[in-house]
Design a protein around this ligand. Sequence first.
Ligand SMILES: *[C@@H]1O[C@H](CO)[C@@H](O)[C@H](O)[C@H]1NC(C)=O
Ligand SMILES: *[C@@H]1O[C@H](CO)[C@@H](O)[C@H](O)[C@H]1NC(C)=O
Ligand SMILES: *[C@@H]1O[C@H](CO)[C@@H](O)[C@H](O)[C@H]1NC(C)=O
Ligand SMILES: *[C@@H]1O[C@H](CO)[C@@H](O)[C@H](O)[C@H]1NC(C)=O
Length: 529
Amino acid sequence: MKDPEKLIWEHAKSPTSATPRGGAAASHHRTLPKLLVLLILFVSVTYVVYTLKLVTNSRDCHEPPFSTHTHTHILSGIGLTTIPTINATASTLRLLNRTSALTRRESRQTAAETQLRHVVFGIAASSKLWEQRKNYIKLWYKASEMRGVVWLDDKVSSAGKGERLPPVRISGDTSKFSYTNRQGHRSAIRISRIVSETLALGMENVRWFVMGDDDTVFVTENLIRVLRKYDHNQFYYIGSLSESHLQNIYFSYGMAYGGGGFAISYPLAKALQTMQDRCIQRYPGLYGSDDRMHACMSELGVPLTKETGFHQYDVYGNLFGLLAAHPVTPLVSLHHLDVVEPIFPNVTRVEALQRLTIPMKLDSAGLMQQSICYDKSKSWTISVSWGFAVQIFRGVFSPREMEMPSRTFLNWYRRADYTAYAFNTRPVSRHPCQKPFVFYFSKARVNSTTQQTVTEYERHRIPPPECRWKMANPSLLDRVEVYKKPDPHLWDRAPRRNCCRVVKSSSKKKKGTMVIDVGVCEEGEVSET
Ligand SMILES: *[C@@H]1O[C@H](CO)[C@@H](O)[C@H](O)[C@H]1NC(C)=O
Ligand SMILES: *[C@@H]1O[C@H](CO)[C@@H](O)[C@H](O)[C@H]1NC(C)=O
Ligand SMILES: *[C@@H]1O[C@H](CO)[C@@H](O)[C@H](O)[C@H]1NC(C)=O
Ligand SMILES: *[C@@H]1O[C@H](CO)[C@@H](O)[C@H](O)[C@H]1NC(C)=O
């Protein structure tokens, strides 16, 4: 440790050094004392300013923010002519005091939390699929609380009349832009211009523009929870990647995938608007609208802020594995709902999503959040994806296995295997005894005495493969009941999985029902057997 100090010492003594470190080092040189005085002055002013800031930020303290005496002492202690310095410092402080009071008042006004009314949705839709796709929008869009515009390529007959849909508009003409990608479609250009076109409508009090497709379903309360973390007065481009590593390689690991939805702060949308048409012209060979957006963001120098609750879902098959092991972050969006199977079995896609809106209304912050616990007496592993499904496994699986999505879904590039996902996955258990027993969410209520939500999950009745293990058999259970207090402030705290506990029920009536309690982990509580 001594050698580096010595180096600095030597360095400081050298006359060519622009940044002398120690007072003693300066003694040999005539010019250095002046520099030193300036430096000390700078340091003391900085110190005073910070002290002041600390004091003024504390509401309870009404004492004078600093003691002039102390600073006189510090400065005179090293032999400076202190009077002018102090006066200058004092007046500077008074000024700073005034401005800090002013900014405090201002920030109290503008830092009012971001609400849904500060967001404008820009939805990319096509006239051909409108009749079918508008049903996804109806699931989440509330005309009385939200603002949004659906941008279409052509007129549609029943353009949202009497339906609770956003107003419909036809995108501006983009035939003057060139599009040379052979695989894609030139509608990518009109879709990438939606942010600028929505901005041009001149709505007031907008903090964020949120883009989505007509087959994107948003959990709007969670969208707001995510946006609240960021200062809307700055440049932000927020979204998430594709599940497919190959997609991310082909497009970019720095791009917000449009179907999963992404958010652009108001000032960034302003900056984009001034350059977007020129920018689009520079990339005629790109495939889609979101990579055009990404190209312009790169020109603006704004990187993607990744929020993993936006879901592009570039997969086929069954989303179950992904939904049963959601990352510890609020669920913001679901996409490609026409491509994957319905999220609940034996119902239509829209019916399945409608069912999901029940737990969404009760406790949006906790929707799809996983908790992992064990029934020690039976040696079972239990994984709850709140509001969606409960799984019971024979035997003990560690949380580090359970938090990995099981591969119930297929890769976007059909010939690719599990090495082509952009995250860890685990195989679907092959062993007949290790197949999970799945209970899907069926209904919910609130116990007004305990203020808890009671969600019920019914067993998916597919005949389980024969298992010869001599241990408790979960097929004796018909349903699982989960108690949980709504936790709207879940995401105001550091991310952490909830804990779950198997509740020993004594009543005979509940035969065939397992009762689970989900909530914030208690002191010392860990998911362990
Ligand atoms: C500095 O301020 C003090 C009190 O605020 C005052 O008495 C003194 O005359 C001032 N000195 C100068 C040089 O302005
Ligand atoms: C700073 O402002 C507070 C009230 O805003 C006032 O009470 C205090 O005397 C001021 N301090 C100085 C150094 O001006
Ligand atoms: C599927 O739903 C239909 C009617 O809604 C019902 O009759 C049938 O039993 C269900 N099948 C399964 C496997 O749940
Ligand atoms: C609510 O919870 C209390 C305490 O667990 C229980 O006694 C009561 O029966 C519950 N009420 C309903 C409607 O489930």
